[in-house]
Design a binder for this molecule. Structure first.
Ligand code: SPD
Length: 364
């Protein structure tokens, strides 16, 4: 009897300690919404035994507020390059231990070079995906309202005479001041990367003039609205518009969506996998990042979300239509017509940008 009790106690202790080990085997990931094929996370758990606790956000500003407050509890986060550069300066991130990233050789030097323009980002992060900010529209709704609409021009959203024609079918702009202000400047033929407050004031004038025709400033919620035919025009992120397009095709609802890189130039951005300094599971974070850098895994994700990635070795595994689409993987020529985010690192300029955006959004 005593033996039996002992065995039970030992078994209980083993179960308890096994649970404790399992409880430790976690990686807490905070990524953008609509940005992964869940299979990638499930397969990671199957391969490593590490559970992926996966939360999503919709804006860099929101992610930044969590990171700057500290103690976010996240092991891997995915800020965009310009935000990441400032967060590195603020001491939010740890350098990656590249000896733990055997898949690093799969990465694409061309994207690493682009990212390096923001600072020492390659020491602290690897590219997850990248893309452009452009125009998404519903072909039929636009054609019904305007003959020969300038669908590849930012005039679609920044010329009051044009955008006013679409106000009744729903126009959404990204709630992303660091993208929309540069776009308004590109529309005016100004330097989209200008940090001069008098130049930024010109963007404010453009945005104030079209404000009455904007139904909503959104983050990612426009994917469904555009795909369902509930709205007709957005300034949005490349892959999100493609997701709307494919959702409509799959639903066979007659909605035809197009994504256009604006003639005046498009913002090109880079979303980077990085590990906060206070990450609770640094070793698992490296394992997760290394998994994402596996060509097969990142190809699965890209084939699902239609965003280009920074992994060169994944390219033979991508859907051919996707790799050859210049709106997803821009050609050299299209690349010439893109610009990277301005550096609003000076707090004075940040205040100007925040004030401008609040005025535009509230109309006051
Ligand atoms: N649904 C995923 C969207 C990812 C967009 N990242 C955009 C960053 C722009 N600076």
């Amino acid at each position: 009897m005593k033996n039996k009790l002992n065995k039970l106690l030992i078994a209980g202790a083993l179960t308890f300690s096994a649970q404790a080990v399992i409880a430790e085997e976690v990686v807490n990931v905070y990524n953008w919404s609509d940005y992964i094929d869940e299979q990638v996370n499930e397969d990671f758990t199957a391969a490593t035994g590490i559970k992926v606790v996966y939360d999503v956000f919709d804006s860099n500003e929101f992610l930044q507020s969590k990171l700057l407050a500290g103690g976010s509890g996240y092991d891997v986060v995915v800020p965009s390059s310009s935000f990441l550069a400032r967060q590195i300066q603020a001491g939010v991130f740890q350098k990656l231990d590249k000896s733990k990233l055997s898949n690093i050789s799969n990465m694409w030097g061309k994207i690493e070079e682009q990212v390096e323009q923001f600072g020492p980002l390659n020491d602290y992060s690897v590219n997850y995906m990248w893309g452009t900010t452009g125009i998404g529209y519903n072909v039929e709704m636009i054609n019904e309202r305007m003959d020969n609409a300038p669908t590849t021009s930012l005039a679609m959203v920044f010329d009051p005479d044009v955008v006013s024609k679409f106000a009744d079918c729903g126009v959404h702009l990204l709630d992303a001041p660091e993208e929309i202000i540069p776009a308004a400047l590109a529309y005016l033929g100004e330097d989209p990367r200008s940090t001069d407050k008098d130049v930024i004031a010109k963007a404010e004038d453009v945005l104030t003039a079209v404000r009455p025709y904007i139904q909503k400033f959104h983050s990612s919620q426009y994917i469904d609205a555009l795909g369902n035919g509930d709205i007709c025009l957005v300034v949005g992120w490349s892959g999100d518009v493609f997701q709307a397009l494919y959702a409509a095709e799959e639903a066979e609802n007659g909605v035809e969506i197009v994504y256009a890189i604006p003639d005046e130039g498009a913002l090109m951005w880079f979303d980077q996998l990085a590990i906060p300094k206070d990450a609770p599971n640094t070793a698992n974070a490296h394992k997760y990042i290394n998994w994402i850098m596996d060509p097969e895994q990142i190809a699965t994700a890209t084939n699902y979300v239609w965003y280009a990635n920074g992994n060169f070795a994944s390219q033979p595994l991508l859907e051919p239509d996707l790799l050859s689409d210049p709106a997803v993987y821009p050609t050299e020529e299209v690349m010439q017509n893109t610009y990277i985010s301005p550096s609003y690192s000076d707090p004075k300029i940040q205040r100007v940008v925040t004030r401008t955006w609040t005025k535009v959004k509230t109309g006051q």
